[in-house]
Write a protein that binds this ligand. Structure first.
Ligand SMILES: *Cc1c(COP(=O)(O)O)cnc(C)c1O
Length: 402
């Protein structure tokens, strides 16, 4: 235990981490992280980078996209997307998804891009018809890219990526299609090639079961072409510069070896379990959480933030609380009294929601423990959520697997 954590009292047992990132890090990954670094010229470093790239290509279902790994968090690779694909003064369409779309838009704006937004309607995913209409109105094709967030972790809403591709095509618009998969990759399927997504970015600490610190971009031929012709000044993030060579070139300096050892180990675990099983497990655990929230909501004090059942994320569930309820009190009670670590509201949802993360290295017992801790916290605060939340999750999980 480090010295700052040591100043808190000892807590017996394990604490259940249900933040939607960082998520639980499995033992095999923790072990890989603690390996001794090696000489950067050792071919084992390049072999590990290759394995991580192949792992990402597999999860993204892309045969040919270039993968770029960075020592960076999600915000870092957002910036990588912006500088590789946009020149100052160019327009980018960013459909509103709740919070992360706004944060990405603010960053692009700060870097000189002109942002076209479609509004986020609370509780709803992106409306492809509105995206199509906005692109149709762009008669001169000034919008060079659409930046869409697949799962917005703050609103816990997942948007329909193939439907957005169809909307871009229906508008006969040449904009690049770029998707943020930070919170969705590893939890739900993604078909980069089949869905016609030109570029994708993500990070290590959510569905990929690693600590924070590695980000990645994937870029198809069209995105690489745009990058090659893009006059925006850049160096560290530049895809052309990073495309080839040993790890020292691909990382623009020393590779974050230990995090890559961990990432390779995480892909090994995903392979062992089977990608389809990993996705099925996420669906099942999410459905158990949804069953509990549905039951809690029947007493009228809390409800789903995402009002469209099929758009509810497999990674995280945001629970909107009534006006007189402080979600931060639920969160701190869950943490200090029950050792269940859930997240709070971000951006427009601050002080209005708490969020249960259910992605990464989790199993039914952990989900039930989390739900019980959250239910007990609300009960101890006098919030009426009935008594059928955990029971509904148990009943759901007790059914035979489909
Ligand atoms: C977490 C997250 C980010 C930001 O990632 P950081 O690693 O915190 O910078 C971006 N987009 C989405 C959808 C996220 O969930």
């Amino acid at each position: 235990m480090n010295s700052s954590a040591a100043s808190f009292p000892y807590i017996p047992g394990i604490r259940l981490l249900h933040s939607p990132g960082p998520s639980n890090v499995p033992k095999a990954v923790l072990d890989a992280l603690t390996r001794q670094p090696i000489d950067m010229g050792d071919p084992r470093v390049d072999a590990c980078v290759d394995a991580c790239e192949r792992g990402l290509q597999g999860l993204l279902n892309t045969a040919s996209a270039d993968i770029f790994l960075y020592a960076a968090n999600g915000h870092g690779v957002w910036e990588a997307m912006i500088v590789n694909l946009l020149a100052p003064g160019q327009k980018v369409l960013i459909p509103g998804t709740g919070h992360f779309s706004d944060a990405w838009a603010l960053m692009a704006e700060a870097m000189g891009a002109v942002i076209v937004r479609t509004p986020y309607i609370e509780g709803q995913p992106i409306d492809p018809a509105v995206v199509e209409q906005t692109l149709r109105e762009d008669i001169k094709h000034e919008i060079v890219a659409v930046f869409a967030v697949h799962t917005d972790t703050a609103s816990s809403t997942t948007s329909d990526i193939p439907a957005l591709r169809r909307a871009i095509d229906a508008a006969k618009h040449p904009a690049l299609f770029v998707v943020d998969v930070v919170a969705s990759l590893g939890a739900i399927p993604f078909y980069m090639d089949q869905w016609g997504v030109n570029a994708v970015m993500g990070a290590s600490q959510k569905g990929l079961m690693c600590p924070p610190g590695v980000g990645f971009c994937a870029a198809d031929k069209r995105a690489m072409q745009v990058c090659a012709n893009n006059p925006a000044p850049r160096y560290y993030w530049d895809w052309i510069r990073r495309r080839k060579g040993p790890s020292y070139s691909r990382f623009c300096g020393t590779a974050p070896q230990n995090l890559l050892f961990g990432l390779e180990a995480a892909f090994g675990l995903i392979q062992q379990e089977g990608v389809a099983q990993v996705h099925a497990r996420h669906q099942r655990l999410a459905a158990a959480v949804h069953a509990a929230v549905q039951a809690w909501s029947e007493a009228g004090q809390v409800q789903f933030l995402c009002q469209v059942p099929h758009a509810r994320s497999a990674s995280v569930t945001a629970v909107l609380v009534g006006k007189d309820i402080d979600p931060e009190l639920i969160r701190s009670t869950a943490r200090e009294k029950f050792q269940v670590l859930i997240a709070g509201g971000l951006g427009p949802f601050a002080g209005r929601v708490f969020r249960i993360g259910h992605l990464g290295d989790l199993n039914p017992a952990m989900i039930l423990g989390c739900l019980a801790g959250v239910e007990a916290s609300m009960q101890s605060l006098g919030i009426d959520v009935g008594s059928r939340g955990v029971r509904s999750a148990v009943e759901y999980l007790a059914q035979p697997e489909a």
